[in-house]
Design a protein around this ligand. Sequence first.
Ligand SMILES: [Fe+2]
Length: 332
Amino acid sequence: MKRRNFLNTSALAGLGLAAGASPANVDPNAGNNCRGTFSMNDNEASIYTDARVRPTKIFHITDTHLSLDDERGAPYQEFSKRMAAAYTSNKHFQTDEALSAEESFERTLETAQKGKADFLALTGDIFSFPSEAAVEWARTKLEATGIPFAYVAGNHDWHYEGMQGGSRELRDTWTVQHLAPMYRGNAPLYAAYDLNGIRFVCIDNSTYEILPEQLAFFREQTEVELPLLLLMHIPLYVPGRTMGFGCGHPDWGEKTDRNYEIERREKWRKEGHTQVTMEFCQAVFNAPNLLAILAGHTHQQSLDIKNGIPQLVSRENACGYYTEVTVTSITG
Ligand SMILES: [Fe+2]
């Protein structure tokens, strides 16, 4: 599929119309259970599928924590100052050299271009707060690569620390007012992007909770005869994991929320996760056509496997880290 077509169809798919899938890319005999095997070697992951897809190289980029700002951010400094000072100098994950978050992002995009990446999967905390200057800068850099990308927000992207309001309300406000250019007309909370016979599904779980419409949208995707990659910021709970894997953790809630004071935000729900969030976690790990989950948030590399579905968590891109994920058809 040409990039121009991709962008057009992704706009439709982002509205839940799922128009980008080309039936020619789908093996009609595969049903929608198209998982094959997978392997991981340092920051390279290989995913194989029974579905007929074109070989696709994805750069998974998460947690860059960009904080550049200009005069438009002046009225918000009271809410952005702590995070504006974070991740300004980082050690490159391979060379140990000092570099800014901006340099890390630019270098990663250069590597993606040189490596002929087909898609950039951005899974949140690309920004440390919703700075219009940072959003403009990042979008310009991304578009200059000519590589299609999808972005889903993390818990910092829309968060102005100490600002009045609940997390849902603040997310709704700042995804629309400052982060909008990153979505390119698609819905911020859930969207799908089709490329090379693969469907990239974005679900924003940056408040740690899933909304009923997000669950319904994800369920629709599990009925589609295309292999899926699920892009989210916060990884899903896998038995044995700590509270860092908070989405769906049985102990998540007010009593286990340690960071609400430092992040100056409302506490997590007293009652723990909603039923919808728990049903979403079940639906994900039972999705027959889900190849993998790509997430961030923990700033540590990890790989969990549940029901045969790998959850790849990538380290923070603030230090130049990225995961190169290739998807290959085993049917030839
Ligand atoms: Fe982060």
